[in-house]
Design a protein around this ligand. Sequence first.
Ligand SMILES: Nc1ncnc2c1ncn2[C@@H]1O[C@H](COP(=O)(O)OP(=O)(O)OP(=O)(O)O)[C@@H](O)[C@H]1O
Ligand SMILES: [Mg+2]
Length: 511
Amino acid sequence: MAHHTDALLSIKRINKEFSGVLVLNDINVDINGGEVFGILGENGAGKSTLLKIICGVYTPTSGTITLKGTPVSITSPMKAKRLGISMIPQEFNLIPTLTVFENIFLGSEIKNGALLNKKAMREKTSSLLAELKTELSPDALIVNLSVAEKQMVEIAKALVHESDILIMDEPTTVLTSVEIAVLFDLIARLKEKNVTILFISHKLNEVKNICDRILVLRDGDQISVNDIDEVDEQDMARKMVGRELSQVFPDKSVPEDEEVLRVENLSDLKLLKNISFSLNKGELLGFSGLIGAGRTELAECIMGLRPRSSGDIFVKGEQAQIDSPLDALDYKLAYLSEDRKGKGLLMSFGIPENISLISLAKYTNLFINKKKVQQSTDGYIEKFDIKAASLKAELDYFSGGNQQKVYLSKWMDTDPSILVLDEPTRGIDVNAKREIYHFINSLVTQGVSCILISSELEELIGLCTRILVMREGRITAEMTGEHINEEEIMFSAAGVKDMNQTTKEETSEIL
Ligand SMILES: Nc1ncnc2c1ncn2[C@@H]1O[C@H](COP(=O)(O)OP(=O)(O)OP(=O)(O)O)[C@@H](O)[C@H]1O
Ligand SMILES: [Mg+2]
């Protein structure tokens, strides 16, 4: 007699190999209807691979999947959708030249006979976007959207199909607290309708908040399945890494007196208004603010990626002419953009090509010194613990977090004296974050100056000696040393005028 189980989805003895390398080893879990099931593990542990098997992107090398008691073979994402399984992928799958509604209905267009029913599709899109509380227009082109907006479109796209199982692979990585709150609210409502959510995140506090149970993977092995009440964040980290984590944030180093960068009265054509600040040698300066506050725009203006309408930039006391990223590089300014896939990496090339692309001069005499490039590459692989089934493969085959590590290496390799990092630890696991924090700190100790733009307050507070807060294109607060204070950062970012009238909880909700 067949073994009977009440589970909605039953995963038995799943293995997955990529060209002979085992990346999932004997995974066995039963997932129930209406639960939020978290999947945890370091970068490259196999989380996305497992979920891609469930939604038909990959087929397992061996093992079985049972849905509502019936064995199924999920051979394609289309098949998965028919079985009631949808996925919000880790990397965006949107077509930049199409509109929001065209992307949402791609492959499942609503038709009137042979004709597309654009009106119905626009209306459905509007109602989905309203449910997600975003002000996006169904007719906006994807190419013009920010990463957070693209994420919202991916979420809407998965919601079009009313599924029993909704897979979310790091949906919150590019969102700020406001959008995350909306998403969690939505998850709670879906749960009430008995929808099952499979959820991956490196933010352990949110896992603790919204998951009912968690599975921990390490190097493709199943380490544990726990009810969320049985584990705290520290337990989760320990299970992921396999040992106790030591001090996450390094001791802060003291900046020197010498000024290396000064921005005076910088404005752009749209958002930024009279921004002035300076940066010293060996300083780690943080920028906080909500989405749309203008932090990325400011970085892009300084780097010559975005036109300025006014303002001057001084590098080491000399007025700098920076009208392109190459100009910026001449002044030894480097900018790690928040959009690694859109603006940063060549996905169909390997690590060495990506690392040496910008710093090519360093490796070229008459010919490219491939040995030297490989030595650098090996150095970064070790330093940031870059992992992949094959390290020689193109980046497309790397896990999301490992792509981010390559991206970071690429900019570190330009030997910058001023480094602007825009959300550098996005999608990076707890352990690798620690490595990156210590590395940034070692750069600063050696006299490199850094600007850190981050949506994670904990990260800003743990690392920076000074923090500037931006709101609506202006700098609204500055805090130094022991005056750096979480509550005040939140108040300045949200623009709450009278602190007495708003409680901290209310502000946390806005943020
Ligand atoms: N299409 C592929 N071809 C070859 N190897 C792959 C492919 N997809 C994933 N891998 C490898 O499988 C392993 C697991 O990757 P996966 O994307 O599942 O990791 P992850 O746990 O999601 O990590 P992250 O937190 O960084 O997203 C990695 O070693 C990766 O290089
Ligand atoms: Mg992944």
